[in-house]
Design a protein. Sequence first.
Length: 483
Amino acid sequence: MAAKPNILLFIPDAMQARTVLPGSPCLTPNMDRLAARGVSFRRAYCATPTCSPSRASLMTGLLPHNHGVLEVEHVRDYDQCVLRTDKPHFAQRLAGAGYGTGYFGKWHVERTNQVEHFGWQVNGVKSAEHVKNLGKGDAGSEPVDPARSRWVEGPVPGYNRVLHYGVTEVPVKDRYPHYTIDQAIDFLDDHRKNGGGDPWCCCVSFSEPNEALVVSRETIDRYDLDTIDLPANRTDDHSGKPALYRRQKEISREVSDDEWRMARACYYGRITELDLQLGRLIDWLAESKQLDNTIIVVTSDHGRYVGAHGFDAHNCGAYEEIYRIPMIVAGPGIAQGAESQALVQFPDLGPTLIELAGAEPIETLDFRSFAEALRKSEAADAFQTAYAEYHGTRFPLCQRILWEGDWKFVFNGFDYDELYDLKNDPGELTNLAALPEHRERVDRMMAGIWKRVRDSGDRTILESHYYSMRFASVGPNIPASNP
């Protein structure tokens, strides 16, 4: 009987899918070499574009309305936005199957940071107190060069200063991601010596490249600012789209093209610094002769705009830049050097890893294993839909999103809906939802959203028959039909 595979999860925060596309200006040599050994999913999506609920969905395989964490946990009172502890986590299933488990770095799923309660036997969670102060303007502890930094001080008076990007003299080896990998390698080395031959699952998670875009000088000097790309849709005027999007763009109205280039260079640089840490892990696995029996996953909880649509961060809009994420999976029994167009999701990872490990499944209707798509390229045909929900961050709102092949429909509970043809309009500049020739598609995709709402028990909007809430293109009772 073949040995159970080890599992390594490498999870940056807010990493766009396009940063690991072939020809990307972002320097990721170790992610590239991992892709050469595995499958790169080009249509991977998160379930919500916010840290805490997205990470809780990974752990539980549930949509946010089912696991209870609707937005970042630290912005609500202690009895709100609380993880429902009766829901099983994939790490608990792996531990029950004989895996040694360790979690290192950013947690940000619930308030206790006691990951031992959720299947992680070794706790290396970063306290990250500064995360709670980001909304107050905290820039973290690293000093930055004022000449190569930008502070957000507007666009109107009355807001605290917030660091947008900056360059630090603190070298990569003295910054937190390097320390996180030191902890992870210590765990792996101890398990190799004392684990009795049992398999392991190690998760290394980061705050980078999110938050203030602080990068080491040694890294930023690898990028030529004059050649940094600017997103073609940065000038999007959001006409025919929710008014909130136009309001959001006003925040960045004073950011120049050169400042966006610097912000993007710092963003790419932070990813390059994480890529260096991934290389340390891969090299250690190779040296310890465990690489061939280890499933390695590189993915992210959500993306970030960094100038796309004239936005930054990831708290407004339903655009691909914040929903589409990298998903690279390599290891035993997995196709090598392959690209897949299967629509897979961040929370699908739990059921997938459970299946690959031969552990007890978690019964859930929200997400499913894509293990078959790791083995056979033709299995992508069975993965042509994806679904997400958003509840807002600090400012509540309601969005439900359905992808069907190259089409994306956004149901907005606060404004008119959106429909995008991603094949012919990858920048999502033209909202087609109001055009009569697309009414049939809008109705069908809205019925598809209602099916997800029914199947997942999303009572908040399922029970919206009240007369002031009847503004969807079709109502909750309409059955879904095939595309």
